[in-house]
Design a protein around this ligand. Structure first.
Ligand SMILES: [Zn+2]
Length: 318
């Protein structure tokens, strides 16, 4: 019988992780406890008694349906042991900076770059928690562009560039949580949708003078328009978002040498937000446990969906 974990049970450091999750059985038990926090429930009939098959399936004793720990999640159909996935999840959550597929391929000794690339995208797609809380309090919002050098006209699709809306909580001079969203243009409709998705009504939103933010004057937000004096540098107007924008650009430059496929940018931004918003958390084991929870609750993603960059976008819409 699997011992189900009650409450918060996670390895506190690298040593504990390696000691605890060295066997397939240990990973399976942990994943089962996360998947069924109130004990096993057959997905078909809800019955609570089971036996475990040689292939690690939880077979319902009443209707005999096989219940898989990985089916229907991003691990669907995996041929690799769970110990590999656990190692990848631990590594992904405990790294401080960005990660790339070559790092993961070397870490796990995977035969193909493509597998490492796919796994990494799947883990990135698990960094967004469904029903996560929106930003609140005082929030700076602005757009910035990644890729392409020439300045383009605002409010239209930028040539060859990807536009990102950044929203940053301000706690005095300190930065709180952030959100980053790839958008097609800087029109009022697009910015309104982005702010409403990412910022709680009732918050104070600081923006520059761009007319695309005029919707903030009539809605449920308090709008603070920060207009620069002729001599002021743009960075001093909305310092939080400009700092975040420069950090993101540095990440893209450092992790991917500036080469990235725009259709995967949202996925890289999600990973960045995940790390940034947890930067003050010292408890690496807890971050790992949350990742396992996200992976256990994730939905199946095909190679084609990920390749096309449509998977994380579908999550974002929720
Ligand atoms: Zn059943």
């Amino acid at each position: 019988m699997t011992e189900f974990i009650i409450g918060e049970d996670f390895p506190k450091n690298q040593f504990e992780f390696e000691k605890r999750f060295s066997t397939e059985q240990a990973c399976r038990d942990y994943l089962a406890a996360i998947k069924w926090p109130d004990g096993f429930h057959c997905r078909k009939c809800g019955h609570q008694a089971y036996w475990i098959s040689a292939r690690g399936l939880y077979i319902c004793t009443l209707c005999e349906s096989p219940n898989s720990l990985t089916a229907g999640t991003v691990m669907h159909g995996t041929k690799k042991p769970l110990t590999y996935w656990f190692k990848a999840m631990w590594w992904f959550t405990t790294r401080k900076s960005g990660v790339n597929a070559i790092n993961l391929k070397d870490l796990l000794g995977l035969g193909s770059y493509q597998t490492a690339w796919l796994w990494l995208h799947k883990l990135r797609d698990c960094t967004i928690r469904q029903n996560r809380e929106r930003l609140s309090g005082t929030v700076e919002a602005d757009e910035f562009v990644i890729g392409g050098q020439q300045p383009g006209k605002r409010g239209r699709g930028a040539n060859g560039k990807t536009i990102v809306v950044a929203a940053v909580e301000k706690e005095g001079k300190q930065l709180g949580r952030i959100r980053l969203q790839v958008v097609p243009d800087c029109s009022g409709d697009v910015l309104e949708q982005s702010v409403k998705t990412n910022v709680m009504p009732g918050s104070t939103v600081a923006t520059d003078g761009w007319k695309g933010y005029n919707f903030l004057d009539k809605g449920s937000y308090t709008h603070v328009q920060v207009v620069a004096a002729h001599t002021a540098k743009k960075e001093s107007v909305l310092p939080g978002v400009h700092l975040v924008a420069s950090l993101v650009k540095r990440l893209i430059l450092g992790t991917f040498q500036g080469r990235f496929d725009p259709k995967h940018l949202q996925s890289y931004l999600d990973e960045y937000v995940f790390r940034f918003n947890r930067r003050k958390s010292r408890n690496i084991g807890k971050k790992f446990m949350r990742m396992v929870q996200q992976v256990a609750a994730s939905t199946k993603a095909t190679y084609n969906q990920i390749k096309a960059g449509t998977f994380s976008f579908s999550l974002l819409a929720n």
